[in-house]
Design a protein around this ligand. Sequence first.
Ligand code: HEM
Length: 388
Amino acid sequence: MMGRISAAYNWFDERTAIRSLIRKGLYEAVPVRGAWFYTLGSATLVLILLQLITGIFLTLLYVPSVSEAWASLHYLAQHDAFGSIVRGIHLWSAYILLFVIGLHMVRTFFSGSYKRPRELNWVTGVGLFVLVLAMAITGAFLPWDQAAYWTAVVVTNIPVYTPFIGSFLRALWRGADTMGPTTLSRTFGIHVWLIPAILFPLIGAHLALLRKHGEFGSYVNYRGAYRSREGVDVPPAPAQRPIEPPYPAAPTDELWAAPLETEDFYPHQTFKDGVVSAGLVILVFILAVAIGAPLEAIADPSTTSYTPVPEWFFLPLDELLVLVPQQLIPLVLVLPTVGVLLLLALPFIDRDPERNPFERPAVMVPGAFAVLFVVLLTLLGSGRLFNL
Ligand code: HEM
């Protein structure tokens, strides 16, 4: 039996070179220290794949029309226990994904992983962050219950504040000046076709760049980390292991480019990646079974008594809109665009090779304030999630 399997594998390998592909994928040098923090990228990947699989299942039942969207999900809730869990997994993995991608971004910011030669790792990452947010926002419209409808009314109105072409952009999204049947079918198209068509190739580019440059990890892995500390001996250049691909071996790169101590991606890093990803998938499953995905009453555009509650990931922006005077609202809505542009520009503004976060106050202090500001606004607005 084993002989037959091995013969079949050899046959397949002769035609596809699968063996060397697997070797190339698994046996690569990664830095040793701080490796649990490097699990956040693969956890993001696993959660996105979970989204893809459960999303495909949901399209088998969901009908993207104003008259049937809610009814199809209501049917699921009433008559299909498996489908309801799939819907719960889709929702909870989206929520946890937003959280984990945020942590991955903070980690790479903190470790200065966006610096030369990894500027494009960061830039593709910012693109992925925006696309993942866009998935969450468009997905929130699809149940077409009261929460979804009123979220859609508020969110599709945001582009109207864009100078010159605001009304055009809003009409483009809604399909007309006001909300209507096209708003739902168009948003569905954006959610299942347009965004994934950009998102998945971009993930491919992000991972290809990661493989090209290798994991930077953290400054603690490099000779440069010891450079500025008085009285600390600079550790010798890696002796037991030669500098390996993908890390460059030029002497000038030694300070920042090649880690002092490396280990194989498999089994060391893959074990840690597996533990964290499996833990998150189990958490998603528990939340999906225990809490599930809510479905409010069917959307009623004529209602006057419904108080819309924003999705939690909208809270920072929503709270800011509540706090500022009316005249400043257009300015607040420009803020996310400015934030994304600043993030995209970061590797090209901060070009100093210093990676130690404690020696980069010009970037770390504004970065820490920005994170604190977002957390504070979320906490301030969180009362509204529970209608307090
Ligand atoms: C779909 C979303 C994303 C996926 C699947 C993904 C995946 C990964 C993986 C697997 C790694 C290697 C392991 C690790 O360092 O954690 C990585 C590294 C990296 N990611 Fe992402 N990532 C995503 C989003 C982002 C975002 C939002 C940013 C920042 C804006 C970002 C910036 C980086 C950088 C700079 C590295 C290199 C880290 C280093 O070498 O130290 N990524 N990513």
